[in-house]
Design a binder for this molecule. Structure first.
Ligand code: RET
Length: 251
């Protein structure tokens, strides 16, 4: 892929993300009113998540445009990756809270799960950021980038363990419809959240895959962006579906 094509591919995905976040914000705000009060909070959080992401994608897009212009002019340029990490720092805890809230578990379990996973999410993103900021100079597995990525992955596994194992007993008490959609939600969660660590690794392993380092960076941006669209508006739609099912049942 030529550098110009690669640049435009990332540009187009970032632009799509702005549209997806903005449109889903209006959607979540407009549907939340038709839910019973006790089912609304999770959908409200979806709206908050996509609004935060809308703002960050506007900044991300700006940073990409500035990066492109500076590179074209031969000036030193750097895309600002911090917007993504600040966005995740705010949105991942909210996404975890949504999932727990929509289930309406018993209050004690709900509060333990939310508190513990907010801490895990914070540590996952913060340690990942340290790794992201180190230069990718080699594919050496013992590079600081890989080591920080591995530390971050430990917290990722702890979150997944809670969201899968920690609430299993409560899921079995839900209606069949809700159990079914919840299973889909978990697959979506694993499939989309799993893209982030893979995208993170791509620049470092590009060489081993027969790609250039530049291709690796482009794929990382595209990967993070697609994952964000699925993990925020996409996931929010499933949460809304669960909330509407709960609306019609007594549980
Ligand atoms: C990092 C660093 C490398 C190791 C791991 C990571 C995981 C990131 C995840 C991010 C999820 C973000 C979401 C955002 C949506 O709003 C930080 C890339 C495991 C799981 C869901």
């Amino acid at each position: 892929m030529s550098a110009a094509d690669a640049y435009q591919l990332v540009y187009n995905f970032m632009s799509l993300a702005i549209a997806a976040m903005g449109a889903s914000f209006f959607f979540f705000v407009s549907v939340r009113g038709s839910l019973k009060e006790g089912n609304r909070m999770a959908v409200t959080l979806s709206a908050v998540v996509v609004l935060i992401a809308f703002y960050h994608y506007v900044r991300i897009f700006d940073s990409w445009v500035a990066f492109g212009a500076a590179t074209a002019a031969g000036l030193p340029a750097k895309f600002n990756e911090a917007y993504r990490y600040v966005d995740w720092l705010l949105t991942v805890p909210l996404l975890v809270a949504e999932l727990v809230l929509v289930l309406k578990l018993d209050k004690k379990l709900e509060s333990t799960l939310i508190k513990r996973n907010v801490v895990y999410a914070f540590l996952m993103i913060a340690t990942g950021y340290v790794g992201e900021m180190t230069n990718i100079t080699s594919v050496d597995l013992a590079s600081p980038r890989t080591i920080w990525g591995a530390i971050s992955s430990v917290f990722f596994v702890l979150i997944l363990r809670d969201l899968f194992g920690g609430i299993d007993a409560s899921i079995k008490k839900q209606s069949k419809d809700i159990q079914g959609i919840f299973k889909i939600l978990r697959v979506v969660l694993i499939a989309t959240w799993g893209v982030y660590p893979i995208a993170y690794l791509l620049p470092a392993v590009a060489g081993n895959l027969g790609l250039t380092a530049g291709d690796g960076l482009v794929l990382k941006q595209v990967g993070y962006t697609i994952a964000d669209i699925l993990a925020k508006p996409g996931y929010g739609l499933l949460i809304w579906k669960i909330a509407t099912l709960k609306n019609g049942s007594s549980k």
